[in-house]
Design a protein around this ligand. Sequence first.
Ligand code: FE
Length: 249
Amino acid sequence: MEEYVEAAIAAGLREIGFSDHIPMYWLPAEQRDPGIAMRMEELEEYVADVMRLRERYPEIPIRLGIEADYIPGQEEELVRILQPYPWDYVLGSVHFIGEWDFDNPARTARYAEWDISELYAKFFTLEAMAAQSGLFDVLAHVDLIKKFGHRPSHDLSRLYADIAETFARAEVAIELSTAGLRKPVREVYPSPGLLRECCLQGVPLVISSDAHHPSEVAWGFAGAVELARQAGYDRVVRFEGRQRFFEAL
Ligand code: FE
């Protein structure tokens, strides 16, 4: 974690947020993969680690975040897990359709079982539910379903307009994440068309790199700022104690 903070300082960032994956709270303990997310016993330690970093690096604000899966029907359990800690922000994400972790490179065979248009509709229904749950400050990688390059043949503008409107009504922010450029789809999350719709509807934006290694801190940010501007954004949002603060882009 020290290396991430040092990379942020070296990159000239004005703050850095940690958002490790929440324990896989919706699964029975024996099905939780410790290679994907921390164990429940580690959550307290993770928070303490971020607090210690704040003392060690007073020169850069360090935000306490977490990436939490949205699983329909598990909302109360999520609230219970999040409740004890002083989060600056909670990222919401959809990585599962039923029990299928569709973004797992080992599970791509299942795309063949789907009509891709129906799959997108199903995915965005879950994104809409995540937004409407009110549990999250920011929705992460809001078009993750494209990760391996699966795209419906029909035009997505109606779908994009509807989901952007849902985000706006739910008063949730989204991230522009450069992680997609490092994945088979080779495109930021979200796609330019969806980003433009979100801007039109007034959905606040966070720029992130979803770093899973210190070398990925602020990865591709210059290009991301350019894309945000092209989509119409002139400000971004940051979070402190789950309150929003807007900054000029
Ligand atoms: Fe994620």
